[in-house]
Write a protein that binds this ligand. Sequence first.
Ligand SMILES: Nc1ncnc2c1ncn2[C@@H]1O[C@H](COP(=O)(O)OP(=O)(O)OP(=O)(O)O)[C@@H](O)[C@H]1O
Ligand SMILES: [Mg+2]
Length: 255
Amino acid sequence: MATCEAPLLEVRNIAKSYGKGKKAKEVLKDVSLTLNEGEVLGIIGESGCGKSVLLNLISCLEPLSSGRLLFKGEDYTGRKPASVCRWFQVIFQDSEAAFDPKITVRESMRENLRLLSGNVADADRRIEEMVSLMGLDPKLADRYPRQLSGGQVQRMSIARGLVTEPNMLLCDEITSALDVSAQAMILQYLYQLRKQRGLTMIFVSHDLALCSTFCDRIAIMNEGRIIENGTPHQIMDEPQQEYTKLLLDAVLYVR
Ligand SMILES: Nc1ncnc2c1ncn2[C@@H]1O[C@H](COP(=O)(O)OP(=O)(O)OP(=O)(O)O)[C@@H](O)[C@H]1O
Ligand SMILES: [Mg+2]
């Protein structure tokens, strides 16, 4: 039964396999995590370890092979993506593929608003405001995704996620195509949203240094498992797992 003490999100022992029989490959293995309202969880791990699959499962874009998903204590395992998109907005790693190439970015954002609130009366004002907050000229919203640069599409994709004012944002390497100043501006804005309305976030990144300043907790993933989970201080200064130590050595090495 749902209680007010329940975490905002609870992921219980989830697993995901692709393929059948002998060809089946388990890409997520017994992953559990909890996230309280207003918390930001960073997820770090090498390419292919299952970060994007995990976000797809949480947002019901793909079915689980086993395990349970709970939002505010309510079991939502197996629901349709449309029924949970009010709670979660995913900002995808591949921003251009996330937009329909046949419609303008503005139409795509309107679609998202219509789906979520049914109310599009002030949609254009909200879209333009959000696009400006991402440091872009609102006129760019009238272009098709292919007419924008990689960094512009990525910022439009963040704007589209935020314009619906979700409870929770699932961010999949959202700043990877941005220059340092655009990255700082967007992180600053997300930080402000956390302060103003307690926005909860999962923040997938390859940047351990960035996660250590931006996140409340960091989960380290390796080969489909969360192998370590702690505060940035615990992860950066007192890592328990050899793999985490290797990641930290790599950060120090490239500096
Ligand atoms: N639809 C699918 N069918 C089969 N295998 C898949 C599918 N989607 C993902 N995988 C596999 O699952 C594993 C995890 O993929 P995922 O995209 O989650 O990695 P990631 O940690 O996000 O990597 P990156 O940092 O490169 O984005 C990979 O081995 C990938 O090949
Ligand atoms: Mg990924």
